[in-house]
Ligand binder design. Structure first.
Ligand code: AMP
Ligand code: MG
Length: 313
């Protein structure tokens, strides 16, 4: 399949309008989207990614009023989150309306909805004239793409259009919050933190790790580079570490590694993590040592992705 690479939002929207898929930039990671109301178009996303059919997609909107078309009821906990954080890097889970095809929600009676802060993403949704169902634009199992080069590596010749835009501002996928119950439950941590959600509702919690997985995507292999991922030990040495890389916040831990990324802040660590994984794979790094951070604020999202990358190898 030929892939049109364009910076014209209109050209990308024309693909969506005719039932095709297009990759596009957002502030979290790049997505691969299709008309959320068109079952056939949405199936093409699963095929291009090699994504299991029981892993639902997030429906992206450009206007808040579309939420009541997609969802049965906007619960009080959703209302607060929407008014505070939409548009932004956060996704709410609500009971779905019949209009949404089952393929989008993997047969669940709930739907994931997000309004991206990225103007290009919102413009694409507006010009397409429909909500856009979109997961991250990587092959299933590999790290999410944070720039269009990553998208081309995974999706060239698999999808007909890539809309080129800036690199992702945040670099991690959105915070996913189940708002179907009395209080918000965070299913996937992200840049909007538990602490921020608790300012709206004191009772907000992370999903307990026991029992049934509520966010089906969480059970799959995710975020893993080909290289092994390990936590760095808090000791320094001058031994040369060939084909080994380091990413973290602490300069002295980086000693001896062939490739290093010392991040300026926790935000910078989150933003660069997936892109560093991809660079390491390209240059044949065998093991990536990552610094552990405390599971506060965005640290919780970083540790979530690192733990997944470690478990999955
Ligand atoms: P991705 O955009 O590739 O990060 O994938 C979307 C994420 O949202 C996956 O982790 C899904 O499991 C999650 N998700 C989508 N719809 C739902 C839903 N109805 N309930 C819970 N989680 C969902
Ligand atoms: Mg994904």
């Amino acid at each position: 399949m030929q892939t049109t690479i364009t910076n014209s939002v209109k050209i990308a929207a024309d693909f969506v309008k005719k039932g095709e898929v297009a990759a596009f930039p957002t502030e979290t990671v790049y997505g691969i989207g299709a008309n959320a109301y068109d079952e056939k178009a949405v199936k093409k996303i699963f095929k291009a990614k090699g994504r299991p059919a029981d892993n639902p997609l997030i429906v992206h909107i450009a206007r808040k009023k579309d939420i009541s078309v997609l969802a049965k009821e906007i619960t009080p906990s959703a209302k607060k989150i929407i008014s505070e954080f939409f548009p932004g890097p956060v996704t709410v889970i609500l009971k779905k309306n019949e209009i949404v095809p089952d393929v989008v929600t993997a047969g669940l009676d709930t739907i994931a909805i997000r309004m991206p802060a990225s103007k290009i993403a919102r413009e694409l949704i507006k010009l397409s004239g429909v909500p856009i169902a979109a997961p991250s634009a990587n092959l299933s199992g590999s790290p999410s793409p944070t720039n269009f080069i990553h998208v081309l590596r995974d999706m060239r010749n698999k999808i007909p259009c890539v809309l080129v835009g800036p690199a992702a501002r945040y670099g991690l996928e959105s915070t996913v919050i189940d708002c179907t119950g009395k209080y918000p439950v965070i299913l996937r941590p992200g840049n909007i933190t538990l602490e921020q959600i608790r300012k709206l509702d004191m009772n907000a919690v992370y999903q307990k790790r026991v029992g049934k997985v509520k966010s089906p995507g969480q059970k799959y292999k995710h975020y893993s580079p080909k290289a092994k991922v390990k936590f760095v030990k808090r000791e320094t040495s001058n031994v040369k570490r060939k084909k080994e890389a380091y990413i973290g916040l602490t300069k002295k831990f980086a000693k001896g590694f062939e490739v290093t990324k010392v991040c300026r802040s926790i935000e910078d660590y989150a933003k660069n993590l997936f892109s560093f994984f991809r660079v390491c794979d390209e240059i044949g790094i065998k093991t990536i040592y990552c610094e552990k951070v405390s599971e506060k604020g965005i640290g919780a999202a970083i540790m979530n992705r690192l733990n997944k990358a470690i478990i999955n190898q």
